[in-house]
Write a protein of this length. Structure first.
Length: 635
Protein backbone atom coordinates (compact mmCIF):
# COMPACT_ATOMS: atom_id res chain seq x y z
CA UNK A 1 0.00 0.00 0.00
CA UNK A 2 2.60 2.57 1.06
CA UNK A 3 4.97 1.68 -1.75
CA UNK A 4 2.16 2.16 -4.27
CA UNK A 5 1.06 5.53 -2.85
CA UNK A 6 4.57 6.94 -2.40
CA UNK A 7 5.95 5.66 -5.68
CA UNK A 8 9.58 6.00 -4.59
CA UNK A 9 9.89 3.90 -1.45
CA UNK A 10 10.45 0.19 -1.00
CA UNK A 11 8.76 -1.31 2.03
CA UNK A 12 10.14 -4.19 4.14
CA UNK A 13 7.65 -5.83 6.50
CA UNK A 14 8.33 -8.47 9.16
CA UNK A 15 5.62 -10.01 11.35
CA UNK A 16 6.56 -10.03 15.05
CA UNK A 17 3.43 -12.12 15.80
CA UNK A 18 2.87 -9.84 18.84
CA UNK A 19 5.65 -11.76 20.56
CA UNK A 20 8.35 -9.93 22.51
CA UNK A 21 11.09 -12.48 21.84
CA UNK A 22 10.33 -12.60 18.12
CA UNK A 23 10.44 -8.81 17.98
CA UNK A 24 13.84 -8.70 19.68
CA UNK A 25 15.16 -11.29 17.23
CA UNK A 26 13.81 -9.58 14.11
CA UNK A 27 14.37 -5.89 14.81
CA UNK A 28 18.18 -5.69 14.39
CA UNK A 29 17.97 -7.33 10.97
CA UNK A 30 15.13 -5.05 9.87
CA UNK A 31 17.01 -1.98 11.07
CA UNK A 32 20.16 -3.02 9.20
CA UNK A 33 18.23 -3.35 5.94
CA UNK A 34 16.15 -0.15 6.29
CA UNK A 35 16.75 3.57 5.87
CA UNK A 36 13.70 4.48 7.98
CA UNK A 37 12.48 2.22 10.79
CA UNK A 38 8.82 2.12 11.86
CA UNK A 39 8.12 0.56 15.24
CA UNK A 40 5.82 -2.35 16.13
CA UNK A 41 2.16 -2.15 17.07
CA UNK A 42 1.37 -2.30 20.84
CA UNK A 43 2.63 -0.27 23.75
CA UNK A 44 4.38 -3.28 25.29
CA UNK A 45 6.31 -4.12 22.11
CA UNK A 46 7.10 -0.50 21.39
CA UNK A 47 8.51 -0.10 24.90
CA UNK A 48 10.97 -2.91 24.16
CA UNK A 49 11.73 -1.58 20.68
CA UNK A 50 12.44 1.87 22.12
CA UNK A 51 14.98 0.42 24.53
CA UNK A 52 16.68 -1.40 21.65
CA UNK A 53 16.73 1.80 19.56
CA UNK A 54 18.40 3.70 22.39
CA UNK A 55 21.07 1.02 22.75
CA UNK A 56 21.74 0.76 19.00
CA UNK A 57 21.45 4.43 17.98
CA UNK A 58 18.37 4.00 15.74
CA UNK A 59 15.59 6.54 15.22
CA UNK A 60 12.25 4.77 15.60
CA UNK A 61 9.03 6.20 14.13
CA UNK A 62 6.40 5.19 16.67
CA UNK A 63 2.89 4.51 15.39
CA UNK A 64 1.94 1.69 17.76
CA UNK A 65 2.67 2.61 21.39
CA UNK A 66 0.80 5.46 23.11
CA UNK A 67 2.02 4.95 26.67
CA UNK A 68 3.43 8.18 28.10
CA UNK A 69 6.54 6.37 29.25
CA UNK A 70 7.04 4.95 25.75
CA UNK A 71 6.76 8.33 24.03
CA UNK A 72 9.10 10.10 26.43
CA UNK A 73 11.58 7.32 27.30
CA UNK A 74 14.19 8.11 24.65
CA UNK A 75 14.07 11.70 23.31
CA UNK A 76 15.99 11.97 20.07
CA UNK A 77 15.44 8.32 19.21
CA UNK A 78 11.66 7.97 18.95
CA UNK A 79 9.14 10.12 17.05
CA UNK A 80 5.51 9.46 18.04
CA UNK A 81 2.33 10.24 16.10
CA UNK A 82 -0.14 8.98 18.74
CA UNK A 83 -1.95 10.97 21.41
CA UNK A 84 -0.29 9.95 24.72
CA UNK A 85 -2.37 7.74 27.03
CA UNK A 86 -2.68 10.45 29.68
CA UNK A 87 -4.64 12.63 27.22
CA UNK A 88 -7.00 9.91 25.93
CA UNK A 89 -10.08 11.07 27.85
CA UNK A 90 -9.84 14.79 27.12
CA UNK A 91 -12.68 14.91 24.53
CA UNK A 92 -15.06 13.03 26.83
CA UNK A 93 -14.23 15.11 29.89
CA UNK A 94 -14.49 18.36 27.95
CA UNK A 95 -18.01 17.40 26.87
CA UNK A 96 -18.95 16.22 30.36
CA UNK A 97 -17.73 19.45 31.90
CA UNK A 98 -20.11 21.35 29.65
CA UNK A 99 -23.12 19.13 30.29
CA UNK A 100 -22.75 17.19 33.57
CA UNK A 101 -24.17 18.32 36.89
CA UNK A 102 -21.44 19.52 39.28
CA UNK A 103 -22.64 17.00 41.89
CA UNK A 104 -22.09 14.01 39.63
CA UNK A 105 -19.37 11.68 40.86
CA UNK A 106 -16.66 10.53 38.49
CA UNK A 107 -15.30 7.03 39.07
CA UNK A 108 -12.25 5.88 37.09
CA UNK A 109 -11.29 2.21 36.84
CA UNK A 110 -7.81 1.25 35.69
CA UNK A 111 -6.48 -2.14 34.66
CA UNK A 112 -3.36 -3.88 35.90
CA UNK A 113 -0.96 -2.58 33.27
CA UNK A 114 0.88 0.72 32.93
CA UNK A 115 -1.23 1.87 29.98
CA UNK A 116 -4.50 1.74 31.95
CA UNK A 117 -2.96 3.55 34.91
CA UNK A 118 -1.63 6.30 32.64
CA UNK A 119 -5.03 6.81 31.02
CA UNK A 120 -6.72 6.88 34.43
CA UNK A 121 -4.19 9.25 36.02
CA UNK A 122 -4.38 11.61 33.06
CA UNK A 123 -8.18 11.54 33.19
CA UNK A 124 -8.20 12.33 36.90
CA UNK A 125 -5.80 15.25 36.47
CA UNK A 126 -7.72 16.71 33.54
CA UNK A 127 -11.08 16.26 35.30
CA UNK A 128 -9.82 18.21 38.32
CA UNK A 129 -8.51 20.88 35.94
CA UNK A 130 -12.03 21.16 34.51
CA UNK A 131 -13.61 21.54 37.95
CA UNK A 132 -14.73 18.02 38.87
CA UNK A 133 -14.39 17.54 42.63
CA UNK A 134 -15.96 14.14 43.36
CA UNK A 135 -13.45 11.75 41.80
CA UNK A 136 -12.27 8.30 42.82
CA UNK A 137 -9.79 6.08 40.99
CA UNK A 138 -8.66 2.50 41.41
CA UNK A 139 -9.14 -1.13 40.33
CA UNK A 140 -12.62 -2.37 39.43
CA UNK A 141 -13.20 -4.22 42.70
CA UNK A 142 -12.71 -1.03 44.70
CA UNK A 143 -14.52 1.38 42.37
CA UNK A 144 -17.59 -0.81 41.78
CA UNK A 145 -18.23 -1.24 45.50
CA UNK A 146 -21.70 -1.01 47.04
CA UNK A 147 -21.41 2.60 48.22
CA UNK A 148 -22.35 3.97 44.82
CA UNK A 149 -24.23 7.26 44.42
CA UNK A 150 -27.43 7.43 42.40
CA UNK A 151 -25.89 9.61 39.73
CA UNK A 152 -22.33 8.77 38.70
CA UNK A 153 -20.06 8.48 35.65
CA UNK A 154 -17.80 5.50 34.90
CA UNK A 155 -14.52 5.66 32.98
CA UNK A 156 -12.57 2.46 32.49
CA UNK A 157 -9.12 2.00 30.97
CA UNK A 158 -7.32 -1.32 30.76
CA UNK A 159 -6.89 -4.20 28.37
CA UNK A 160 -9.78 -5.01 26.06
CA UNK A 161 -10.81 -7.89 28.30
CA UNK A 162 -10.59 -5.77 31.47
CA UNK A 163 -12.69 -2.99 29.96
CA UNK A 164 -15.44 -5.26 28.66
CA UNK A 165 -15.66 -7.07 32.00
CA UNK A 166 -15.89 -3.77 33.90
CA UNK A 167 -18.64 -2.45 31.62
CA UNK A 168 -20.73 -5.62 32.01
CA UNK A 169 -20.26 -5.64 35.80
CA UNK A 170 -21.31 -1.99 36.05
CA UNK A 171 -24.49 -2.66 34.07
CA UNK A 172 -25.57 -5.30 36.56
CA UNK A 173 -25.27 -2.98 39.57
CA UNK A 174 -28.39 -1.77 41.37
CA UNK A 175 -27.15 1.75 40.67
CA UNK A 176 -25.67 1.57 37.19
CA UNK A 177 -23.65 4.54 35.92
CA UNK A 178 -25.49 7.27 34.04
CA UNK A 179 -22.58 7.57 31.59
CA UNK A 180 -20.03 4.90 30.71
CA UNK A 181 -16.85 5.38 28.69
CA UNK A 182 -14.34 2.61 28.00
CA UNK A 183 -11.18 2.75 25.93
CA UNK A 184 -12.14 -0.64 24.47
CA UNK A 185 -15.48 0.73 23.26
CA UNK A 186 -13.60 2.74 20.63
CA UNK A 187 -13.07 -0.38 18.47
CA UNK A 188 -15.70 -2.38 16.58
CA UNK A 189 -14.85 -5.63 18.35
CA UNK A 190 -16.49 -4.18 21.47
CA UNK A 191 -19.87 -4.64 19.79
CA UNK A 192 -19.27 -8.39 19.58
CA UNK A 193 -17.88 -8.73 23.11
CA UNK A 194 -20.63 -6.80 24.92
CA UNK A 195 -24.31 -7.48 24.42
CA UNK A 196 -26.30 -4.32 23.64
CA UNK A 197 -23.37 -1.87 23.57
CA UNK A 198 -25.65 1.09 22.75
CA UNK A 199 -24.96 4.21 24.75
CA UNK A 200 -21.38 3.35 25.69
CA UNK A 201 -18.79 5.97 24.82
CA UNK A 202 -15.37 4.99 23.53
CA UNK A 203 -12.07 6.60 22.63
CA UNK A 204 -10.31 6.24 19.29
CA UNK A 205 -7.03 7.61 18.01
CA UNK A 206 -8.64 7.95 14.56
CA UNK A 207 -12.09 7.47 13.07
CA UNK A 208 -13.11 6.79 9.50
CA UNK A 209 -14.49 9.96 7.94
CA UNK A 210 -12.67 12.40 10.23
CA UNK A 211 -11.34 14.05 7.08
CA UNK A 212 -8.22 15.62 8.59
CA UNK A 213 -6.46 17.90 6.14
CA UNK A 214 -3.27 16.12 5.09
CA UNK A 215 -0.46 18.61 4.63
CA UNK A 216 1.92 15.64 4.36
CA UNK A 217 1.33 12.31 2.67
CA UNK A 218 -1.88 10.96 1.13
CA UNK A 219 -5.22 12.35 2.22
CA UNK A 220 -7.86 10.09 3.70
CA UNK A 221 -9.85 9.63 0.50
CA UNK A 222 -6.80 8.68 -1.59
CA UNK A 223 -5.64 6.22 1.07
CA UNK A 224 -9.09 4.66 1.42
CA UNK A 225 -9.41 4.25 -2.34
CA UNK A 226 -5.97 2.66 -2.63
CA UNK A 227 -6.61 0.37 0.34
CA UNK A 228 -9.95 -0.73 -1.03
CA UNK A 229 -8.41 -1.45 -4.43
CA UNK A 230 -5.73 -3.63 -2.80
CA UNK A 231 -7.65 -5.31 0.03
CA UNK A 232 -11.32 -4.92 -0.96
CA UNK A 233 -11.96 -3.68 2.56
CA UNK A 234 -11.69 -0.53 4.62
CA UNK A 235 -8.66 -0.03 6.86
CA UNK A 236 -8.78 0.07 10.63
CA UNK A 237 -6.84 2.58 12.70
CA UNK A 238 -3.47 0.70 12.85
CA UNK A 239 -3.11 1.08 9.07
CA UNK A 240 -3.81 4.82 9.28
CA UNK A 241 -1.32 5.24 12.14
CA UNK A 242 1.38 3.46 10.15
CA UNK A 243 0.66 5.57 7.06
CA UNK A 244 0.93 8.74 9.13
CA UNK A 245 4.28 7.70 10.64
CA UNK A 246 5.59 6.79 7.20
CA UNK A 247 4.44 10.15 5.79
CA UNK A 248 6.31 12.04 8.51
CA UNK A 249 9.43 9.89 8.23
CA UNK A 250 9.68 10.10 4.45
CA UNK A 251 9.08 13.85 4.49
CA UNK A 252 11.91 14.41 6.99
CA UNK A 253 14.27 12.19 4.99
CA UNK A 254 13.55 14.02 1.75
CA UNK A 255 13.70 17.41 3.40
CA UNK A 256 17.14 16.73 4.91
CA UNK A 257 18.40 14.57 2.05
CA UNK A 258 19.58 12.10 4.66
CA UNK A 259 18.55 9.15 6.83
CA UNK A 260 20.99 10.14 9.58
CA UNK A 261 19.28 10.23 12.98
CA UNK A 262 21.11 13.43 13.95
CA UNK A 263 19.46 15.21 10.99
CA UNK A 264 16.07 13.49 11.02
CA UNK A 265 15.29 14.24 14.67
CA UNK A 266 15.65 18.06 14.38
CA UNK A 267 13.58 17.96 11.19
CA UNK A 268 10.81 16.06 13.00
CA UNK A 269 10.93 18.41 15.99
CA UNK A 270 10.54 21.44 13.70
CA UNK A 271 7.36 20.08 12.08
CA UNK A 272 3.96 21.55 12.92
CA UNK A 273 1.77 19.86 10.36
CA UNK A 274 -0.92 17.25 9.76
CA UNK A 275 -1.46 13.94 8.00
CA UNK A 276 -4.56 11.90 7.19
CA UNK A 277 -4.31 10.79 10.84
CA UNK A 278 -4.61 14.33 12.22
CA UNK A 279 -2.37 17.03 13.64
CA UNK A 280 1.32 16.37 14.29
CA UNK A 281 3.82 18.12 16.56
CA UNK A 282 6.20 16.64 19.11
CA UNK A 283 7.66 18.18 22.24
CA UNK A 284 11.23 19.15 21.46
CA UNK A 285 12.40 18.08 24.91
CA UNK A 286 10.51 14.86 25.62
CA UNK A 287 9.55 13.73 22.12
CA UNK A 288 5.89 13.21 23.15
CA UNK A 289 3.10 14.00 20.71
CA UNK A 290 1.42 17.26 21.77
CA UNK A 291 -0.87 18.17 18.86
CA UNK A 292 -2.86 15.07 17.90
CA UNK A 293 -6.20 14.55 19.66
CA UNK A 294 -8.27 11.45 20.22
CA UNK A 295 -11.83 11.05 18.89
CA UNK A 296 -14.87 10.53 21.12
CA UNK A 297 -17.07 7.68 19.85
CA UNK A 298 -20.38 6.16 20.90
CA UNK A 299 -22.42 3.05 20.19
CA UNK A 300 -25.83 3.92 18.73
CA UNK A 301 -28.24 1.33 17.32
CA UNK A 302 -25.48 -1.25 17.24
CA UNK A 303 -23.13 0.99 15.28
CA UNK A 304 -19.88 2.63 16.37
CA UNK A 305 -19.98 6.29 15.39
CA UNK A 306 -18.00 9.45 16.02
CA UNK A 307 -19.43 12.10 18.32
CA UNK A 308 -19.09 15.59 16.90
CA UNK A 309 -20.40 18.82 18.33
CA UNK A 310 -20.13 22.52 17.74
CA UNK A 311 -16.89 23.43 19.49
CA UNK A 312 -18.16 26.90 20.45
CA UNK A 313 -21.50 25.78 21.90
CA UNK A 314 -21.32 22.71 24.11
CA UNK A 315 -24.66 20.98 24.13
CA UNK A 316 -25.59 22.05 20.59
CA UNK A 317 -25.42 18.73 18.80
CA UNK A 318 -26.23 17.38 15.39
CA UNK A 319 -28.90 14.85 14.50
CA UNK A 320 -29.61 13.02 11.25
CA UNK A 321 -33.15 12.53 9.99
CA UNK A 322 -34.54 11.19 6.72
CA UNK A 323 -35.09 13.72 3.97
CA UNK A 324 -38.81 13.53 3.09
CA UNK A 325 -37.98 14.09 -0.57
CA UNK A 326 -36.26 10.69 -0.74
CA UNK A 327 -38.41 7.56 -0.79
CA UNK A 328 -36.59 5.51 1.77
CA UNK A 329 -37.51 3.65 4.91
CA UNK A 330 -37.43 6.08 7.80
CA UNK A 331 -35.18 5.52 10.79
CA UNK A 332 -35.90 6.85 14.27
CA UNK A 333 -34.52 10.32 14.87
CA UNK A 334 -31.82 10.18 17.59
CA UNK A 335 -32.46 12.02 20.80
CA UNK A 336 -30.37 15.20 21.31
CA UNK A 337 -28.34 13.42 23.98
CA UNK A 338 -27.26 10.87 21.40
CA UNK A 339 -25.06 13.44 19.69
CA UNK A 340 -23.78 12.74 16.18
CA UNK A 341 -23.17 9.58 14.27
CA UNK A 342 -20.90 9.14 11.34
CA UNK A 343 -19.36 5.99 9.94
CA UNK A 344 -18.49 4.54 6.57
CA UNK A 345 -22.00 3.07 6.25
CA UNK A 346 -23.59 6.27 7.52
CA UNK A 347 -21.73 8.22 4.84
CA UNK A 348 -23.39 6.13 2.16
CA UNK A 349 -26.81 6.71 3.70
CA UNK A 350 -26.20 10.45 3.81
CA UNK A 351 -25.31 10.52 0.14
CA UNK A 352 -28.52 8.61 -0.50
CA UNK A 353 -30.72 11.31 0.92
CA UNK A 354 -30.24 11.92 4.63
CA UNK A 355 -30.32 15.44 5.90
CA UNK A 356 -28.34 17.01 8.71
CA UNK A 357 -29.76 19.74 10.89
CA UNK A 358 -27.66 21.71 13.35
CA UNK A 359 -24.16 23.10 13.41
CA UNK A 360 -21.26 21.07 12.06
CA UNK A 361 -17.89 22.46 13.01
CA UNK A 362 -15.96 20.79 10.23
CA UNK A 363 -16.52 18.73 7.14
CA UNK A 364 -16.41 14.98 7.54
CA UNK A 365 -14.19 14.25 4.57
CA UNK A 366 -11.28 16.06 3.05
CA UNK A 367 -13.18 16.83 -0.14
CA UNK A 368 -16.51 17.78 1.47
CA UNK A 369 -18.38 14.98 -0.30
CA UNK A 370 -20.67 14.59 2.71
CA UNK A 371 -21.94 18.11 2.98
CA UNK A 372 -23.23 18.58 -0.55
CA UNK A 373 -26.62 16.88 -0.05
CA UNK A 374 -27.08 18.24 3.46
CA UNK A 375 -29.44 20.94 4.63
CA UNK A 376 -27.66 22.80 7.42
CA UNK A 377 -29.84 24.75 9.83
CA UNK A 378 -28.75 26.65 12.93
CA UNK A 379 -30.57 25.29 15.97
CA UNK A 380 -29.51 27.86 18.55
CA UNK A 381 -28.40 31.45 18.72
CA UNK A 382 -24.76 32.18 19.43
CA UNK A 383 -24.25 32.37 23.18
CA UNK A 384 -20.67 33.57 23.10
CA UNK A 385 -20.72 35.84 20.06
CA UNK A 386 -18.37 38.47 18.77
CA UNK A 387 -17.66 40.20 22.05
CA UNK A 388 -16.55 43.77 21.42
CA UNK A 389 -15.36 42.93 17.94
CA UNK A 390 -13.37 39.88 19.07
CA UNK A 391 -13.79 36.22 18.04
CA UNK A 392 -15.88 34.08 20.44
CA UNK A 393 -13.94 33.26 23.58
CA UNK A 394 -14.81 29.56 23.47
CA UNK A 395 -13.56 29.33 19.89
CA UNK A 396 -10.26 30.94 20.91
CA UNK A 397 -9.83 28.57 23.86
CA UNK A 398 -10.63 25.44 21.84
CA UNK A 399 -8.34 26.38 18.96
CA UNK A 400 -5.63 27.77 21.25
CA UNK A 401 -5.12 31.20 19.66
CA UNK A 402 -4.66 34.69 21.12
CA UNK A 403 -5.73 37.86 19.29
CA UNK A 404 -2.81 40.23 18.64
CA UNK A 405 -2.82 44.00 18.05
CA UNK A 406 -3.11 44.92 14.40
CA UNK A 407 -5.68 45.49 11.69
CA UNK A 408 -6.47 43.00 8.91
CA UNK A 409 -8.89 44.12 6.19
CA UNK A 410 -10.04 41.13 4.12
CA UNK A 411 -11.91 41.28 0.82
CA UNK A 412 -15.00 39.86 2.58
CA UNK A 413 -15.99 39.20 6.17
CA UNK A 414 -13.78 40.07 9.15
CA UNK A 415 -10.25 39.09 10.11
CA UNK A 416 -7.86 39.26 13.05
CA UNK A 417 -4.12 38.90 13.53
CA UNK A 418 -3.62 36.08 16.04
CA UNK A 419 -0.91 33.98 17.66
CA UNK A 420 -1.43 30.22 17.32
CA UNK A 421 1.15 28.00 19.01
CA UNK A 422 3.87 30.59 18.47
CA UNK A 423 2.93 31.23 14.83
CA UNK A 424 1.53 34.56 13.68
CA UNK A 425 -1.64 33.84 11.75
CA UNK A 426 -4.71 35.42 10.21
CA UNK A 427 -8.11 34.33 11.50
CA UNK A 428 -10.92 35.09 9.08
CA UNK A 429 -14.68 35.00 9.71
CA UNK A 430 -17.41 34.78 7.08
CA UNK A 431 -21.04 34.92 8.16
CA UNK A 432 -23.13 32.04 6.86
CA UNK A 433 -26.22 32.82 4.84
CA UNK A 434 -29.47 31.07 5.89
CA UNK A 435 -29.60 29.16 2.62
CA UNK A 436 -28.35 25.58 2.92
CA UNK A 437 -27.12 25.78 -0.67
CA UNK A 438 -25.03 28.86 0.15
CA UNK A 439 -23.55 27.18 3.22
CA UNK A 440 -22.62 24.06 1.31
CA UNK A 441 -21.10 26.07 -1.53
CA UNK A 442 -18.98 28.12 0.89
CA UNK A 443 -17.72 25.02 2.71
CA UNK A 444 -16.84 23.31 -0.58
CA UNK A 445 -15.05 26.44 -1.74
CA UNK A 446 -12.93 26.87 1.40
CA UNK A 447 -12.00 23.18 1.48
CA UNK A 448 -10.84 23.32 -2.15
CA UNK A 449 -8.82 26.52 -1.63
CA UNK A 450 -7.13 25.33 1.56
CA UNK A 451 -6.20 22.06 -0.10
CA UNK A 452 -4.48 24.02 -2.87
CA UNK A 453 -2.79 26.52 -0.53
CA UNK A 454 -1.41 23.68 1.60
CA UNK A 455 0.28 22.16 -1.43
CA UNK A 456 1.49 25.54 -2.69
CA UNK A 457 3.15 26.42 0.62
CA UNK A 458 4.65 22.93 0.93
CA UNK A 459 6.47 23.54 -2.37
CA UNK A 460 8.17 26.62 -0.92
CA UNK A 461 6.15 29.40 -2.55
CA UNK A 462 5.73 32.47 -0.26
CA UNK A 463 1.96 32.31 0.26
CA UNK A 464 -0.43 31.83 3.21
CA UNK A 465 -0.30 28.31 4.65
CA UNK A 466 -3.47 26.76 6.17
CA UNK A 467 -2.95 25.99 9.86
CA UNK A 468 -4.63 22.92 11.45
CA UNK A 469 -5.92 24.91 14.42
CA UNK A 470 -9.45 23.52 14.62
CA UNK A 471 -8.93 19.91 15.66
CA UNK A 472 -6.60 19.16 12.76
CA UNK A 473 -8.56 21.27 10.26
CA UNK A 474 -7.72 24.80 9.09
CA UNK A 475 -11.37 25.84 9.07
CA UNK A 476 -14.41 25.38 11.27
CA UNK A 477 -18.11 26.25 11.38
CA UNK A 478 -19.20 27.80 14.67
CA UNK A 479 -21.56 30.54 15.89
CA UNK A 480 -23.26 30.85 12.52
CA UNK A 481 -20.01 31.64 10.74
CA UNK A 482 -17.19 29.94 8.90
CA UNK A 483 -13.77 30.47 10.47
CA UNK A 484 -10.48 29.81 8.73
CA UNK A 485 -6.86 30.25 9.79
CA UNK A 486 -3.77 30.69 7.61
CA UNK A 487 -0.23 31.83 8.36
CA UNK A 488 0.55 35.55 8.34
CA UNK A 489 2.97 36.83 5.71
CA UNK A 490 5.12 39.79 6.79
CA UNK A 491 5.71 42.74 4.47
CA UNK A 492 3.97 45.76 3.00
CA UNK A 493 1.44 45.74 0.16
CA UNK A 494 3.14 47.17 -2.94
CA UNK A 495 0.01 48.97 -4.15
CA UNK A 496 0.93 52.11 -6.10
CA UNK A 497 4.53 52.29 -4.82
CA UNK A 498 7.32 52.74 -7.40
CA UNK A 499 9.34 49.82 -6.04
CA UNK A 500 9.86 46.96 -6.53
CA UNK A 501 9.77 47.35 -10.33
CA UNK A 502 7.09 45.62 -12.38
CA UNK A 503 9.70 43.32 -13.93
CA UNK A 504 10.43 41.86 -10.51
CA UNK A 505 6.73 41.42 -9.74
CA UNK A 506 6.32 39.73 -13.10
CA UNK A 507 9.15 37.39 -12.16
CA UNK A 508 7.27 36.50 -8.97
CA UNK A 509 4.18 35.71 -11.05
CA UNK A 510 6.29 33.46 -13.29
CA UNK A 511 7.64 31.70 -10.19
CA UNK A 512 4.06 31.21 -8.96
CA UNK A 513 3.01 29.65 -12.27
CA UNK A 514 6.05 27.36 -12.26
CA UNK A 515 5.13 26.19 -8.75
CA UNK A 516 1.42 25.80 -9.52
CA UNK A 517 2.29 23.55 -12.47
CA UNK A 518 3.56 20.99 -9.94
CA UNK A 519 0.14 20.75 -8.25
CA UNK A 520 -2.45 18.40 -9.66
CA UNK A 521 -5.91 19.08 -8.27
CA UNK A 522 -8.66 16.60 -9.13
CA UNK A 523 -11.39 19.14 -9.83
CA UNK A 524 -12.19 22.75 -10.68
CA UNK A 525 -12.88 25.12 -7.81
CA UNK A 526 -16.58 25.03 -6.90
CA UNK A 527 -18.37 28.07 -8.38
CA UNK A 528 -15.38 29.22 -10.45
CA UNK A 529 -16.12 31.44 -13.48
CA UNK A 530 -13.76 30.48 -16.28
CA UNK A 531 -12.92 32.30 -19.50
CA UNK A 532 -14.86 29.72 -21.48
CA UNK A 533 -18.08 30.59 -19.61
CA UNK A 534 -17.84 34.39 -19.84
CA UNK A 535 -19.10 34.88 -23.45
CA UNK A 536 -22.05 32.53 -22.99
CA UNK A 537 -23.17 34.28 -19.81
CA UNK A 538 -22.72 37.87 -20.97
CA UNK A 539 -24.25 37.30 -24.40
CA UNK A 540 -27.39 35.85 -22.80
CA UNK A 541 -30.40 37.89 -21.58
CA UNK A 542 -29.01 37.78 -18.04
CA UNK A 543 -27.60 41.31 -18.32
CA UNK A 544 -31.05 42.85 -18.70
CA UNK A 545 -32.45 40.48 -16.08
CA UNK A 546 -30.17 42.02 -13.44
CA UNK A 547 -31.01 45.59 -14.49
CA UNK A 548 -28.16 46.56 -16.81
CA UNK A 549 -29.22 49.51 -19.03
CA UNK A 550 -29.68 48.61 -22.74
CA UNK A 551 -26.90 50.94 -23.99
CA UNK A 552 -24.46 49.57 -21.43
CA UNK A 553 -25.48 45.98 -22.23
CA UNK A 554 -24.80 46.71 -25.92
CA UNK A 555 -21.26 47.96 -25.12
CA UNK A 556 -20.55 45.00 -22.88
CA UNK A 557 -21.61 42.54 -25.57
CA UNK A 558 -19.36 44.20 -28.13
CA UNK A 559 -16.41 43.68 -25.82
CA UNK A 560 -17.48 40.11 -25.09
CA UNK A 561 -17.66 39.25 -28.80
CA UNK A 562 -14.15 40.58 -29.21
CA UNK A 563 -13.06 38.49 -26.24
CA UNK A 564 -14.60 35.39 -27.80
CA UNK A 565 -12.73 36.06 -31.05
CA UNK A 566 -9.45 36.64 -29.22
CA UNK A 567 -9.87 33.41 -27.25
CA UNK A 568 -10.51 31.54 -30.46
CA UNK A 569 -7.61 33.14 -32.37
CA UNK A 570 -5.06 32.57 -29.60
CA UNK A 571 -6.33 29.06 -28.78
CA UNK A 572 -6.07 30.11 -25.13
CA UNK A 573 -8.82 27.74 -24.01
CA UNK A 574 -6.97 24.78 -25.51
CA UNK A 575 -3.70 25.62 -23.75
CA UNK A 576 -2.54 24.12 -20.46
CA UNK A 577 -4.50 24.88 -17.33
CA UNK A 578 -3.09 25.48 -13.87
CA UNK A 579 -4.51 27.09 -10.75
CA UNK A 580 -4.11 30.79 -11.46
CA UNK A 581 -4.11 33.43 -8.73
CA UNK A 582 -6.99 35.25 -10.41
CA UNK A 583 -6.17 38.70 -8.99
CA UNK A 584 -2.40 39.09 -9.30
CA UNK A 585 -2.26 42.85 -8.87
CA UNK A 586 0.28 44.94 -6.96
CA UNK A 587 -2.27 45.18 -4.16
CA UNK A 588 -1.87 41.45 -3.50
CA UNK A 589 1.93 41.42 -3.67
CA UNK A 590 4.01 42.01 -0.52
CA UNK A 591 7.43 43.65 -0.41
CA UNK A 592 10.10 44.07 2.26
CA UNK A 593 13.66 45.31 2.65
CA UNK A 594 15.66 48.28 1.39
CA UNK A 595 15.27 48.66 -1.50
CA UNK A 596 11.91 46.87 -1.41
CA UNK A 597 11.90 43.37 -2.92
CA UNK A 598 8.81 41.30 -3.79
CA UNK A 599 8.53 38.72 -1.02
CA UNK A 600 5.08 37.14 -1.11
CA UNK A 601 1.58 36.88 -2.53
CA UNK A 602 -1.71 37.05 -0.62
CA UNK A 603 -5.48 36.91 -1.27
CA UNK A 604 -6.19 33.81 -3.33
CA UNK A 605 -9.95 34.41 -3.15
CA UNK A 606 -10.29 34.22 -6.96
CA UNK A 607 -7.89 31.32 -7.60
CA UNK A 608 -9.20 28.64 -9.95
CA UNK A 609 -8.05 26.37 -12.77
CA UNK A 610 -7.49 28.39 -15.94
CA UNK A 611 -4.95 29.18 -18.64
CA UNK A 612 -1.98 30.99 -17.02
CA UNK A 613 -2.38 33.82 -19.58
CA UNK A 614 -5.47 34.83 -17.63
CA UNK A 615 -3.35 36.03 -14.70
CA UNK A 616 -1.58 38.45 -17.03
CA UNK A 617 -4.91 39.67 -18.35
CA UNK A 618 -6.47 40.10 -14.89
CA UNK A 619 -3.44 41.79 -13.30
CA UNK A 620 -3.47 45.13 -15.13
CA UNK A 621 -6.91 46.15 -13.92
CA UNK A 622 -5.22 47.66 -10.85
CA UNK A 623 -1.55 47.47 -11.77
CA UNK A 624 -1.85 49.68 -14.88
CA UNK A 625 -3.03 48.93 -18.41
CA UNK A 626 -0.85 47.07 -20.88
CA UNK A 627 0.63 49.52 -23.38
CA UNK A 628 -0.18 49.56 -27.08
CA UNK A 629 3.39 48.52 -27.86
CA UNK A 630 2.88 45.04 -26.44
CA UNK A 631 2.62 42.76 -29.45
CA UNK A 632 2.53 39.32 -27.82
CA UNK A 633 2.94 37.41 -24.63
CA UNK A 634 5.52 34.63 -24.75
CA UNK A 635 5.02 32.01 -21.99
Amino acid sequence: MWAALDGQADVLIEDDASDMHRLQALLPSVAARSDLLLGPYSTVLMRAAGDMAAESGWLLWNHGGSGDDVETAHPGQSVSVLTPASRYMEPLLTQLAAEAEPAQELRIVHGKGRFGRQVASGAEAYARHLGFTHISMGPADAILANDLPEDWILITAGTFEEDTETVMRARCLARAPQVTCAVAAGVREFGHAVERPDGTFGIAQWFLGSGHMALLGPDERDFLDAYDAAARDRPDYPAIQAAAAASIAVHCARQTGSTDRDLLWPAAVALDTSTLYGAFKIDQTTGAQISHRTVLTRWIEGELVAVLHDSSKPGVLVTIRPDPRIKRRARPVPKPSEAVRFSGDQRRRVRGGWRMSGFVYRCCCSRCCLLRPFSLVAVADAQDGLEQGQPPGQLARDAGFVVLPGVIRPREGRAWLVDWQGTRAVLRQQTLAPSSTSITRLIDDVAWLHGFLAQLASLGFPSPRPLPSFGGQSWSVADGALWEMVSFLPGQVVGWADEPPMEEIGGLLARYHATARQINLPSQRPGALTFAEVPEILLSPQLEAVGVAPDRAFSIRQLVRQLARDLHDTAALASEQIVIHGDFTNHNVLAAGTPPRATGVIDFALAHAETPLADIGYGPWRSGPIGDGLAAVVP
